[in-house]
Design a protein around this ligand. Structure first.
Ligand code: TMP
Length: 210
């Protein structure tokens, strides 16, 4: 049986450059010969992408906060069953654009839902599955929101106010401080090549330790 692959997640608020930096991470890992599965949340499966559309669509009435939380975990359950768990078991590395840290940051810190409820769902849906490495792209939400809005029509989350995104950022940083062995905080306010250099440094350490 092949050795289990590693599970890497990329996190951060809106407009922090996740897509560009995810490509950098993917290229770096592939160049070192790792077989890589790139995916995202909410989404990553046919059912998950439908739930994503439902979650991001600007609609009235909007989903209740608890509905939002359960839809996110429903999408996650499908994603784990269909993509993440089989890939890791086959020895592939999984690079996921957002995972449960986003739920703690957005639904926990942002929407102020109870951390305990999220932890219960995390346990129920994931069992022991947790990321091996989380790259947190940290940026002042005032800068990130501006960048996100320049991309086009804001989705339902992007319409939240700066106070919401300040809580999201703080939520991420607090979790990162509690689990320094898993989290690497990257300063996403720097120019792209400098962000890439930070990512590369962290990946080198991570890969060396495997
Ligand atoms: P994206 O902007 O990274 O594509 O993510 C879509 C949105 O979904 C983003 O605004 C954050 C939100 N989200 C949550 O609120 N909770 C979650 O658990 C996840 C994975 C995403």
């Amino acid at each position: 049986m092949s050795e289990r692959g590693n599970f890497i997640t990329i996190e951060g608020g809106e407009g922090v450059g996740k897509t560009t930096n995810r490509e950098f991470v993917a290229d770096w890992l592939r160049a070192r010969g790792y077989k890589l599965r790139i995916t995202r949340e909410p989404g990553g499966t046919q059912i998950g992408e439908q739930l994503r559309e439902l979650l991001l669509r600007d609609q009235s009435p909007a989903p209740a906060e608890m509905t939002e939380l359960l839809l996110i975990f429903a999408a996650r359950a499908q994603h784990i069953a269909e993509v993440i768990a089989p890939a890791l078991a086959a020895g592939e590395w999984v690079l996921c654009d957002r995972f449960t840290d986003a739920t703690f940051a957005y639904q926990g810190a942002g929407r102020e839902l109870s951390t305990r409820s999220i932890e219960h769902l995390e346990q129920l849906v994931q069992g022991n599955l947790r990321p091996d490495l989380t790259l947190l792209l940290d940026l002042d939400p005032r800068v990130g929101m501006q960048r996100a809005l320049e991309r086009g029509e804001p989705d339902r989350f992007e319409q939240e106010d700066v106070a919401f995104f300040d809580r999201v950022r703080q939520g991420y940083l607090t979790r990162a401080a509690k689990a320094p062995e898993r989290y690497r905080v990257i300063d996403a306010s720097l120019a792209l090549p400098d962000v890439a250099r930070q990512l590369q440094r962290e990946l080198e350490v991570f890969v060396d330790e495997r």
